[in-house]
Write a protein that binds this ligand. Structure first.
Ligand SMILES: Nc1ncnc2c1ncn2[C@@H]1O[C@H](COP(=O)(O)OP(=O)(O)OP(=O)(O)O)[C@@H](O)[C@H]1O
Ligand SMILES: [Mg+2]
Length: 415
């Protein structure tokens, strides 16, 4: 019954989609409206401090719920749109990744034409086998298919075979933790539409097919963790979640300058940058402390930033090496996340990795687009998963091909 209600709701209901990106430090939200069948208009974004959520779990439901409520109500106020459904994404420590394999027979005798149904079946089987009872599978990335033990990299649909095998990288999250997040959203007066893995929505909406084939990297740098996804030949070749984020830079500034974390955060946002070269300048910055303005050496601030950035560069280098495709990633790097706002960071990654780097999504009129890439991608992904999108974007030719496929499939099955 719920499924039917949802189906008609998607077709007839409003055309607004809300994405909620729950980070360790900030909750970011975005409201978008359907522009045409293929694209959305971003109406408003808002972010507020994450509260009641620590070590990847809700530790105070009323604080957490009110932080979510503040963020979403601000969107309602800004846009004057009273939306109800919200999709959220998780990543970082809240998820776990695991490799799983499955093989299923296709036909008792002879061969059978492989259909998208068979592909879905074998992937579902791999996920069922790989997940524990207390886990929800958020998504799976295919690593390879094998048809009759022969490796088929990307697409086995349309081939003949007796058995099909798949290896997937599953992304799972603890069911209880997810339920607590959903409960907090409901408590704030909203309904949960979809739960996504943040890495998947970013790749699905920002990295096109050509980039994935040519070899590209998606890097999401948050406050405590960085997620790195390396694609080549259309497939995920390597995933790494590394302990680096804006908070590491803040802590290092606080240590080196002997100031509080809060002041170090302010200084980072106002003055820090990734220097083009290490120079021993005598330049001083005046920072406001309780007792008045105090001079701080720019060189010391640069040193704090530099030591942490070197760590990030090493993590990205390692991810490229571990993917097995060093020197073959021609599609470039996409970067998202609040830490990307640090001036000079994208340029430094470009120089050191010798690959073109660009911002995941440039949101016009926003100077901090990097922070809202995930939230806007969640809104887009939730629209693209609806029946409305499916029906609106299918052309008569697609319906005909699909009908032909079904007829062919039936003929193969029974004759
Ligand atoms: N203008 C800025 N300059 C430099 N750093 C910034 C700027 N604005 C935000 N940041 C940093 O971005 C980080 C927060 O980024 P983001 O909102 O993507 O993290 P998060 O999603 O809360 O964390 P995570 O993804 O690790 O859970 C903080 O460390 C913050 O200091
Ligand atoms: Mg984040």
């Amino acid at each position: 019954m719920n499924k039917i209600k949802r189906f008609f709701g998607e077709l007839l209901g409003d055309k607004y989609y809300c994405g909620l990106d729950i980070g360790t430090q900030k909750i970011k939200a975005c409201l978008s409206r359907v522009h045409d069948a293929e694209s959305l208009d971003l109406l408003a974004v808002y972010e507020s401090d994450t509260k009641g959520f620590k070590d990847s779990s809700v530790n105070d439901i009323s604080d957490f719920s009110s932080a979510i409520g503040t963020t979403l109500d601000a969107l309602v106020k800004k846009t004057q749109v009273r939306f109800r459904d919200v999709s959220f994404s998780v990543g970082g420590d809240l998820i776990e990744t695991r490799v799983s394999r499955a093989v299923i027979p296709l036909a008792e005798r002879g061969n059978k034409l492989i259909t998208d149904h068979d592909v879905r079946d074998v992937r579902r089987q791999a996920c069922l086998l790989g997940a524990r009872l207390d886990e929800e599978v958020l998504c799976d990335f295919v690593r390879y298919f094998k048809v009759d033990d022969i490796n088929i990299a990307l697409n086995p649909i349309g081939l003949y075979g007796r058995k099909i095998e798949v290896e997937v990288m599953m992304v799972v999250a603890n069911v209880t933790r997810l339920r607590n997040v959903s409960k907090a959203i409901k408590q704030a007066g909203f309904e949960v539409n979809n739960v996504f893995f943040s890495g998947q929505v970013l790749v699905d909406t920002l990295m096109d097919k050509n980039k994935r084939n040519d070899g590209s990297i998606m890097i999401d740098i948050g406050s405590k963790t960085t997620q790195i996804l390396v694609f080549k030949e259309g497939l995920l070749k390597h995933y790494a979640e590394v302990p680096f984020g804006g908070e590491h830079i803040t802590r290092r500034i606080s240590q080196l300058l002997g100031i509080s974390r809060e002041l170090a955060e302010d200084i980072k946002r106002s003055y820090a940058r990734v220097a083009e070269s290490v120079t021993s300048s005598d330049e001083e910055i005046l920072i406001k402390k309780e007792q008045g303005f105090v001079p701080v050496k720019r060189a010391l601030l640069n040193e704090a930033v530099e030591s942490e950035v070197q760590g990030l560069i090493k993590h990205v280098h390692d991810a490229v090496e571990n993917s097995g495709y060093a020197g073959q990633l021609k599609g470039g790097i996409l970067m998202v996340g609040g830490c990307v706002l640090l001036p000079g960071l994208m340029e430094r990654v470009e120089r050191e990795l010798k690959m073109p780097v660009s911002l995941g999504r440039n949101i016009s009129g926003l100077s901090n687009s990097a922070s809202f890439c995930t939230a806007s991608s969640i809104a887009e992904a939730s629209y693209k998963g609806t029946a409305r999108y499916f029906l609106d974007t299918r052309k008569p030719k697609d319906w005909l091909t699909s009908l032909q496929g079904k007829v062919e499939e039936l003929c193969n099955e029974y004759f």
